[in-house]
Design a protein around this ligand. Structure first.
Ligand SMILES: NC(=O)c1ccc[n+]([C@@H]2O[C@H](COP(=O)([O-])OP(=O)(O)OC[C@H]3O[C@@H](n4cnc5c(N)ncnc54)[C@H](OP(=O)(O)O)[C@@H]3O)[C@@H](O)[C@H]2O)c1
Length: 336
């Protein structure tokens, strides 16, 4: 197979190279998948530099999200969920490759009518956004929801899910192109959060200027968002793309009866596996109803593993929106 193997940590994604390696041998409890599309994530940038919380021992294959076709089923399973030839998407270390091994619980069926490119970016972002809004923030019809970095991977998923639940969505992003994108994905209002006074603008967009009911924060903007959060509001902490792990003004949290809640989707499979199933059920229903669509970055195309470095570079420079997905040709006859 071909893969981006990290033998030593690199300075940046432009240093990644594609090599030919022996095909992986699945263990008795894993499937072998032929990858047709692979999705990039912010954490890949940290991992290739050796700065992520999960670092496999060197050498390892980069990438974590993919969609493709089942080549073989786990030998230890008598009735596997997927059969040879099934179209699946999922997550497993080693997504920047033409083949990967993955356990059953980290695979899902490609939704009817979806292509590999769209499905490749679903496994991490979509359930994070759903669990944040539904399980952690208890979203209700009529809520006002502030989504920060709304043009990013989790951001665009959150905008769509909040709209599907009947909320009014106020989306923030950092460029005019991104503001245009968030409106296209359903945001009612789009605000440039690099501009002074954005929090006041958010407040003015809510009934009687009371503030938003829910804040979805993948950036590290809790302190600034407290100014425009309503009494009894919920702020869901998702990530820290700004690099700023905040110290929060707790007096404001108390005075406005605010709940600060964290969400770590990756740990649900261990701590609350039943919630994982519930969340995916809800997501597949939204997809079926046409209320959730793929968020693949389409301003340019990325073709082949050789372009993963470029894709990651653009992601790191904040030049992209949605999910940046690279198509992975499998040789003649592969269809995307
Ligand atoms: N808690 C969980 O379970 C969970 C699950 C998935 C992801 N996450 C985390 O959520 C965060 C967002 O993930 P994502 O997939 O949406 O990432 P993404 O697609 O790269 O989007 C991140 C957005 O953050 C904004 N941003 C603000 N300051 C930034 C900075 N200094 N550098 C880079 N971007 C910056 C950018 O939007 P503008 O240019 O518009 O400012 C960018 O579009 C990441 O930290 C990720 O690790 C957490």
């Amino acid at each position: 197979m071909r893969a981006i193997q990290v033998k030593e940590y690199v300075k940046g994604p432009e240093d990644l190279t594609v090599t030919t390696l022996p095909d992986p041998t699945p263990s008795p409890d894993t499937y072998l998948i032929a990858i047709h599309a692979t999705a990039t994530n912010f954490f890949d940038l940290l991992q290739i530099r050796g700065k992520y919380q999960h670092q496999p021992p060197l050498p390892w294959i980069s990438g974590a999200e993919f969609a493709g076709v089942v080549l073989s089923t786990p030998s230890a399973k008598t009735s596997p969920k997927f059969k040879k030839g099934d179209r699946v998407f999922g997550s497993s270390q080693g997504g920047y490759a033409t083949q990967v091994c993955a356990r059953e619980e980290s695979l899902m069926p490609v939704p009817p009518g979806w292509g590999f490119l769209e499905a490749a970016g679903l496994m991490v972002t979509a359930p994070t956004s759903y669990a944040a809004l539904v399980n952690r923030a208890n979203i209700q019809k009529g809520d006002h929801v502030l989504v920060h970095a709304a043009a990013g991977g989790v951001g665009l998923a959150t905008v769509q899910i909040a709209k599907a639940f009947g909320a009014t969505v106020i989306a923030t992003a950092g460029s005019s192109r991104k503001l245009e994108v968030v409106r296209r994905f359903g945001a009612d209002h789009a605000i440039d959060y690099n501009k002074e006074g954005w929090a006041e603008e958010v407040k003015q967009l809510t009934p009687k200027g009371k503030g938003v009911d829910i804040v979805f924060d993948p950036v590290g903007m809790v302190n600034a968002s407290l100014k425009c959060t309503a009494w009894g509001g919920r702020i869901v902490i998702i990530g820290f793309t700004s690099g700023n792990i905040e110290k929060v003004a707790m007096n404001k949290v108390l005075l406005k009866n605010i709940s600060l809640v964290g969400l770590h989707w990756g740990t649900y499979s261990k701590e609350e596996p039943e919630t994982v199933a519930e969340v995916w059920k809800g997501l597949f229903q939204l997809m079926k109803e046409g209320n959730f669509k793929g968020t693949v970055y389409t301003d340019r195309e990325f073709l082949g593993l050789e372009q993963v470095g470029m894709a990651l570079g653009m992601l790191g420079r904040r030049e992209t929106w949605g999910k940046v997905v690279v198509s992975v040709p499998q040789g003649t006859g592969s269809k995307l």
